[in-house]
Design a protein around this ligand. Structure first.
Ligand code: FAD
Ligand code: 2HG
Ligand code: ZN
Length: 482
């Protein structure tokens, strides 16, 4: 089992003849070759990786995508699938060889249908996440996947990365929300797996192979997604606490009090919020600044606004009594709730504006998260005195964004030279705690080599065997993940 994967080679047809055939498939206007026009597709969201490509090609249908991939297979031209290019692990941009074609799926953006009895929506891969949320809501349903990049990421990218976000606690991640996929495989064949079934035990779960594969096995062209009832009410609160341990205790209490009504539970260190208000001063909300940690929590309710508010008030007063929390801001309007969520959703952008930093997207068992933070903070401060940790994330899922910025007075470029050593401390610590070094963003180029330290040889061999079987020429997003 296993075997070494082939290096992908650009074939003889990656020249003008190849481009001409691409134009024949998608139309001349959808084969982009000028460096300036290709630029937005060649650099990742963080601006840390810039690659090169033969062309960016923009198919509009599954059939065009299939014809294009078949042509690439024939010509041995590597394919880099791309959606909104918001990935955070450098998985959506080509390498610098200039041999690959970037296949942008953004023109595959039709909503194919809503089935209100099956509670599903069938969408093409290039649909923007927010547009799917809106289409679901127009149909009186909820599509719960939600993340700060929802205005620009696509469902194809969400599925290819098995995206998480802020509603996983209640609804699961992208994988849990998908009932079927349509895929163009590495040979350019179309697999119609748009079954929309909630039960289907007919062999290996191919759908789940393509989900989370970061475009390394094929291109997802469409998907059937689960819909849920729209909640009657949603209430949001931002509370201040003394420690991650207090946040954990609050989480247990909230789960006891609200059961499945608890739909969001996000931890944010004070420094994370300070960064947001430093770079977006208009977002100040008169928050008491005396707490080292904050939790943004959301309760959704199928009964009424009054019932939801009652649950939240009961939770807050019980938590106060147990001295778990100090300050609490309970949003009294949709606008205020949005303002609280906006603070949370601007942390990534604020830290990017603050400067280059080292990102981590780790998960550990929820019960061990406070201990993980305590121990890893101490190790990092010892090795890099003054390191500024931006610790936030989806506490309810045991998933932390444990991002490190340079100490005051240290230039970013100097600081990120220590990236390897910082990764070693954080990832070794994650591993000791029984965790994962990529909870929701994937491996991409950023963590492709790092993962070899933490997965067993047998697991890596099985992954390589799957890749070799489905993409024997190693043409699908080569160099990413595996
Ligand atoms: P891209 O970035 O274009 O691609 C991502 C990967 O998917 C690449 O490997 C690409 O090759 C592959 N791919 C794209 N489309 C397809 C397709 N149709 N078929 C096969 N492969 C494909 N992620 C989270 O999980 N949770 C968060 O809370 C979160 N918050 C974010 C906040 C911000 C501000 C930003 C910038 C990013 C955030 N992300 C988050 C990361 C990112 O948004 C997600 O990974 C998202 O799912 C990527 O979607 P995309 O369309 O931009 O994909
Ligand atoms: C989030 O939860 C995203 O906001 C981004 O996953 C995390 O910026 C990050 O590291
Ligand atoms: Zn996240």
């Amino acid at each position: 089992m296993g075997g070494k994967m082939k290096q992908s080679e650009a074939g003889p047809m990656a020249g003008e003849d190849f481009l001409q055939r691409c134009r024949g498939i998608v139309g001349p206007g959808n084969v982009i070759t000028g460096q300036d026009d290709m630029a937005p597709y060649l650099t990742d969201w963080r601006g840390r990786y810039t690659g090169n490509a033969v062309a960016v090609v923009r198919p509009a249908t599954t059939q065009e995508t299939a014809a294009l991939v078949a042509l690439c297979a024939q010509a041995r031209v590597p394919v880099v699938p791309q959606g909104g290019n918001t990935g955070l692990v450098a998985n959506s941009v080509p390498d610098q060889s200039g041999q690959a074609v970037v296949v942008s799926l953004k023109r595959l953006n039709r909503i194919r249908g809503v089935d209100l009895v099956n509670n599903t929506i069938t969408v093409e891969a290039g649909c923007i996440l927010e547009e799917i949320q809106n289409a679901a809501s127009d149909a009186g349903r909820l599509f719960p996947l939600s993340l700060a990049a929802e205005g620009s990421c696509t469902i194809g990218g969400n599925l290819a990365t098995n995206a998480g976000g802020t509603a996983v606690l209640r609804y699961g991640n992208a994988r849990d929300l998908c009932l079927g996929v349509e895929v163009v495989n590495a040979q350019g064949d179309i697999w119609d797996g748009l079954r929309g079934l909630r039960k289907d035990n007919t062999g290996y779960d191919l759908r789940d192979l393509f989900i989370g594969a970061e475009g390394t096995l094929g291109i997802i062209t469409a998907a059937v997604l689960k819909l849920y009832p729209l909640p009657k009410a949603q209430v949001t609160a931002l509370v201040g606490l003394q420690s991650p341990q207090a946040a954990l205790e609050l989480l247990s209490l909230a789960q006891e009090t609200c059961a499945a009504g608890l739909t969001g539970f996000e931890l944010m260190s004070r420094f994370s919020l300070d960064l947001v208000t430093r770079h977006f001063p208009q977002m100040r909300i008169g928050l008491s600044e005396e707490f080292p940690q904050y939790v943004l929590l959301e309760i959704s309710d199928s009964e009424s606004e009054a019932h939801a508010t009652g649950l939240l008030e009961a939770l807050v007063s019980e938590a106060m009594e147990r001295e778990l929390l100090g300050d609490a801001i309970v949003a009294s309007s949709i606008a205020q709730s949005k303002a609280l969520w906006s603070l949370r959703e601007h942390i990534t952008l604020a830290q990017a504006i603050e400067g280059k930093h080292v990102k981590h997207d780790v998960s550990v068992p929820i019960s061990r998260i406070a201990e993980f933070i305590r121990e890893t903070d101490a190790l990092l401060q010892e090795a890099f005195p003054g390191i500024r940790l931006v610790t936030f994330g989806h506490l309810g899922d045991g998933n932390l964004h444990y991002n490190a910025s340079a100490p005051e007075g240290v230039a970013d470029d100097v600081f990120i030279q220590g990236q390897e050593a910082i990764n070693r401390i954080v990832h070794d610590s994650t591993h000791r705690f029984g965790g994962s070094i990529s909870a929701e963003h994937g491996l991409g180029t950023l963590k492709r080599d790092e993962i070899k330290r933490y997965k067993s040889a047998v697991e890596l061999r099985m992954m390589t065997a799957i890749k070799s079987a489905l993409d024997p020429l190693n043409l699908m997003n080569p160099g990413k993940m595996i």
